[in-house]
Write a protein that binds this ligand. Sequence first.
Ligand code: LIP
Length: 266
Amino acid sequence: MQGSANLNIMIKAARKAGRSLVKDFREVENLQVGSKGPGDFVSKADMAAEEILRTELMDARPNYGWLGEESGETPGTDPTRRWIVDPLDGTTNFLHGLPHWAISIGLEHKGEIVAGVVFDAAKDEMFMAEKGSGAWLNDSQRLRVSGRTKMIESIFATGVPFAGSKYLPATLQDFARLMPVCAGVRRWGAASLDLAYVAAGRYDGYWERGLNAWDTAAGLIIAKEAGAMVEPIRDGQNVLEDGHVLVGAGGVFDQFAKIIRDRSDK
Ligand code: LIP
């Protein structure tokens, strides 16, 4: 894939932050047994990665706006463009030494995500997409959603709310309706990679409520450019801003969406 200058800036920044996180990830495995645990160390790793990304991206495009999970929102002198960044999506996985986390960088232009990079540094998989140019893995592999048409042969991913989240009842109801008619559900703890895996045909669909823009900005365009259907869970919601996402391959999307939407509450 011959990407634009902006995409190449995003890839370079993701790789630089990835080198830092891979080094820290090796240390986390040693910290699991300590009484203090790795919590503070991971917070520092997360913030260090965001600092690397912010420096790389803002040095290259100083007039763009910024929205980062750790540093919040900074408007740019160019009001139409904004970086939307999660330096470590799958933080809990990282904290527990689970090698399933990613750097997520989205580029927004006039309210629309036009480019995205999701970098799984632990597995060296760089998912990327630009509007109208398709979705790719590691520059050379074109991504397309799965061709499955039977729910009973399809697997789905989600994020199950924890620690008192208000969306747990709704999600448990989803499981009660979906599990009997599909081949299984995965909860791997990183929304950006869940979206990238739909794009890669590894999952046939993904849904989750209450996500942040930095979790999904990059993954949404990668999924769209790979041919996925991308909709809010409820009509009238904004997928990026409201964070209730429903994504899937066309062959099963309507059946999948009906199951998730077919509920009395919202
Ligand atoms: C995570 C998301 C995941 C969700 C987790 C968490 P974080 O983001 O990627 O999909 O289920 O609850 O929000 O917090 O690891 O960056």
